[in-house]
Design a protein around this ligand. Sequence first.
Ligand SMILES: [Mn+2]
Length: 381
Amino acid sequence: MALRGHLIKIARTRALTGGQPSRAQSVAVLGAPFSQGQKRRGVEHGPKVIRDAGLIERLSGLDYAVHDFGDLTFHYPEMDEPYMNVKFPRTVGAATKKLSGAVSRAVGAGHTLVMLGGDHSLGIGSVAGHAQQCPDLCVIWVDAHADVNTPETSPSGNLHGQPVAFMLKELRDKVRRSQVRNVEDDSSTAVPSQLYLFVHVPTQVPDLPGFSWVKPFLSCRDLVYIGLRDVDPGEYHILKNLGIQYFTMRDIDRLGIQRVTEVALDHVLARKQRPIHLSFDIDAFDPSLAPATGTPVNGGLTYREGIYITEEVHNTGLLSVMDMVEVNPVVGSTRAAVEATASLAVDVIASSLGQTREGAHGVIDEIPSTKDHVDTEQLCL
Ligand SMILES: [Mn+2]
């Protein structure tokens, strides 16, 4: 089975790239300094610290034409009362709407886009904007958290824990169907268990103020998670009842990162080759590697596991948009902790875009000249 998957992957890569690793001509970088999807200030400085860690230079070194579109500016409504338990709905709704337009324009212009957050509520705008241009996209969500609470299931009311719920078609459709059936067929004793559960546990995403612009656009089967280890009860219910494919850290312990990544990619690509949206929350990594983030959870990805995932995403030749979110320099305890986290973010982005552990060499036809070697010897005299 592993060999079959490997052969499919080689065939896929060769068909798409003519045997060479694919290299998009143009990478765009867009900052989204936004933090009101959660309660800690500071994550709005994520784009700056990631750029300061050398992102643009690294991508330029990979032979891309890099277009840095700078940071979006967001406008904040004067009054933004909570709706149900949800905090800052109008603010997040307006910010994600603006981001979706910017992402859509960048993808439409032919760029591979790197979106720098900001908190993960931005994922609503980033994926929605991407889907405007690429309706058949798939989503790989690398995160300690599933971010699929609805406004009704969210324990915190923070929208950075809910972005996926706004995307999923089945989450809304399933509730509608079950409610209709319940009303139309009161006498039925044969309600399928899956629907029955949805009748009794509210999971519908209500119409929040600020979110009328977004309609669910993603099917559950076009989504896969890697790295989960902190899943709320409502989220577990949704993951299980919608049959969403996910890999926890325990799955990585059992199967290894190679197998998990292979199955994850096959899940979203085997039926159809389509653009990939990689939404990477830095808290997927272990807090020892990425301490400057708002909701760290012990037992996360190692450096090599995170890099392996992104290398394999790159090798598909299908990465279209990636998010790098939740780098928060204010919660880093030391300057070194912040720099380590930002540097890790740069490594992940570069790896997603083709940096390899062999180096980023062009095709070499002959062994390089020994001239440098001679110079070194002369210096030693
Ligand atoms: Mn997240």
